[in-house]
Design a protein around this ligand. Structure first.
Ligand code: AKB
Length: 330
């Protein structure tokens, strides 16, 4: 059948083989630049091509290959895959939860039409494709503490709807065409790069605000618990999952997480380093989004199937972020 034929043809890369040539879309979003650095260390500078529609800073341009790619231009994407002999596609382009609600038609184009293009591209050229999903792929009807890998998913944001669509489409292409689709549902990812329109972004903004001006006004209530992870763990999860042999994967979509905390708990931890910190709370529409999301994420299936293990816990996260944000704003 086409299924057994295709699944058998899925390729694996080991250290003995040539490194994969990797294309990253949405390269100037929150994860792209750090992800390219991480993967270039592993697979070589020239083997990781960062793309976006924005002109990069000199620093990013000097880091390694950077080219223009519009995920809405299918032919343009085909040309890049052929010209650069791409093997793996990491598809980061997306409008996040809060910003998506402000421009739903654009979110539909970028998050849904963009996904149609990249998945078809991956099928045509037999690429391994990684698409991040999110805690935002769950909704008010989902169990929130803990949220298991397989459960009700009825998100109430266009971001969440587009991610459920991506998960289902990827699973369908895997079963129907043997596409090597891989997807991790990330919690809020915390890095020193400026936040980009998410609901979990307060956990980034708080470090920037407190280090710059000693005060942070939080748009969530103090007791809003959400799953979180430092970018270092997120990139390691992505990389380990991309390398995992197909036989070990029992599914194509896995929950991953590292910790869960509330704004109040985070502020408490930061105040151990910066006692003069002041925090006030003014919940806005992002509160409704957060209230519909998981509080504690169950990633036991990722731990079982491909040995996922978070390393950065809450105390380390706070220490790391204070150091990294200080360096950034210096
Ligand atoms: C967001 O808040 O929209 C993202 C996410 C959790 O997917 N950071």
């Amino acid at each position: 059948t086409s299924l057994s034929f295709s699944v058998n043809k899925i390729r694996h890369f080991s250290s003995k083989q040539d490194p994969p040539r990797i294309l990253i879309t949405g390269g100037l979003g929150q994860l792209g630049v750090e992800c390219a650095r991480y993967l270039r260390n592993k697979y070589g500078r020239e083997n990781v091509i960062l793309t976006d529609i924005i002109k990069p800073s000199m620093e990013v341009a000097n880091d390694g290959p950077y080219i223009f790619a519009d995920i809405l231009d299918f032919k343009g994407l085909q040309k890049i895959v052929v010209d650069h002999r791409v093997d793996w596609l990491i598809h980061f382009s997306a409008l996040l939860s809060a910003i998506g609600e402000q421009n739903v038609p654009l979110a539909v184009r970028v998050n849904i039409e963009g996904m149609h293009n990249v998945i078809e591209l991956a099928k045509q050229y037999r690429l391994r494709i990684f698409v991040p999903s999110t805690i935002g792929a769950f909704g008010p009807d989902s169990p929130r503490n803990p949220t298991p890998n397989v459960t009700v998913q009825r998100p109430r944001t266009i971001y969440g709807v587009s991610k459920v669509h991506a998960e289902l489409l990827g699973e369908y292409y895997y079963h129907r065409f043997g596409l090597d689709f891989r997807c991790l549902r990330f919690p809020g990812v915390i890095s020193s790069d400026p936040p980009g329109g998410g609901t979990t972004d307060y956990a980034i903004a708080i470090f920037h605000d407190v280090l710059r001006k000693g005060h942070h006004e939080c748009y969530l209530k103090p007791d809003t618990r959400l799953p979180m992870m430092h970018v270092r763990d997120a990139l390691r999860a992505l990389s380990e999952f991309l390398e995992a042999p197909n036989e070990s994967l029992k599914r194509r979509v896995y929950n991953v997480t590292a910790m869960s905390f509330t704004p109040e708990e985070l502020a408490d931890k930061i105040s151990a380093h910066i006692p003069e910190l002041r925090i006030s709370y003014r919940p806005d529409s992002r509160q409704d989004i957060a209230d519909s999301w998981p509080q504690v994420f169950d990633d036991s299936e990722a731990k079982r199937d491909w040995n996922w293990k978070p390393e950065v816990h809450m105390d380390d996260l706070v220490t790391l972020m204070i150091k990294e944000v200080k360096e950034k704003i210096a």
